[in-house]
Design a protein around this ligand. Structure first.
Ligand code: C5P
Length: 290
């Protein structure tokens, strides 16, 4: 039986994000603990003569048109590198908010590469797949195999993080898009500038309690600049922090999505209910991270 050509494109959460400096090419060197949520978009591939993309779902209207969608960009980059690549029509069920700091577009693009690799019997470790991912965007490589990783460089250096306990969380987005370049600009580093700060804590083999301690001493360096670009993020952090049982509230990526961590799924479900009651227009999801 052939495997169905469908895959989940989970939300990517930056549990930590330390900016180490700005490179000569303008990109920033990062150190980030990335985990993946139980919630996400879904992508299906119907093999056919040409590449095409159909987008449906609650946030489809915000996903950009065919020309600038990262799914097609990734697929084209792979087709340029693999002669005779079998392709088809990609169907994206878009549920995640866009320009939200949870890697929706990057995860969709990585999902497209997974499906095309599967259709063509190419391993994900193949240099053409890796290169297509890297050229699509800084966050695409980490999304290729969605498992917890320490991400370094601009996102291309990936190390597995073993023994990360399952985390119960709430994701909250105020439905205000945030442009990543604007947040990095607001950080205000010069090209070539290197930051010296406290080292990123090790995350390997942490128990749930010690992981939380380590996460607390780490940070998201983009949180402050993102809050200046989009002040509502402060309000989101405050609201999540105020929910019962919240152990840590922090922005993911360049925002505006904020995650709250809880001790169990009852606490996260209750917190989600409360936030939905207080801000009915916001996107609120109780989920788990791994
Ligand atoms: O690679 P991607 O197109 O997703 O990056 C979007 C923008 O975010 C870049 O143009 C750059 O301004 C900024 N960025 C950065 N350093 C990174 C990742 C992204 O400066 N490590």
């Amino acid at each position: 039986m052939p495997q169905p050509l469908a895959t989940r494109a989970p939300a990517k959460i930056n549990l930590t994000l330390h900016v180490l400096g700005r490179r000569a090419d303008g990109y920033h060197d990062l150190e980030s603990l990335v985990a993946f949520a139980g919630t996400g978009d879904d992508l299906r591939l119907e093999p056919g003569p040409g590449l095409a993309l159909k987008i449906a779902g609650p946030t489809a209207a915000f996903a950009g048109n065919d020309a600038d969608n990262l799914v097609l960009k990734a697929a084209r980059l792979l087709a340029e590198r693999v002669e005779g690549l079998k392709v088809g029509e990609l169907h994206l069920m878009k549920r995640l908010p866009v320009a939200a700091g949870i890697g929706g577009g990057s995860s969709d693009a990585a999902a497209a590469l997974r499906l095309l690799a599967r259709l063509n019997n190419i391993p994900l470790s193949h240099p053409a797949v890796r290169e297509a991912a890297r050229l699509t965007g800084a966050d695409v490589p980490v999304c290729l195999e969605p498992r917890a990783r320490m991400m370094r460089g601009v996102g291309e250096a990936l190390d597995p993080v073993l023994g990360l306990p399952r985390l119960f969380c709430v994701l909250v987005n105020p439905r205000v898009p945030v442009e990543t370049p604007a947040v990095f600009r607001e950080l205000g580093l010069q090209a070539g500038q290197v930051l010296s700060g406290a080292p990123h804590p090790a995350m390997e083999g942490a128990s749930p309690a010690s992981l939380l301690d380590r996460l607390k001493v780490a940070r998201n360096d983009l949180e402050a600049p993102a809050c200046r670009v989009q002040p509502v993020i402060r309000e989101v952090i405050g609201l999540v922090e105020a929910t019962e049982g919240c152990r840590l509230a922090r922005m993911s990526g360049s925002g505006a999505t904020v995650f709250g961590l809880y001790g169990d799924c009852t606490a996260s479900a209750e917190a989600a209910k409360r936030i939905r009651r207080e801000r009915p227009g916001w996107w609120v999801k109780a989920t788990s991270l791994r």
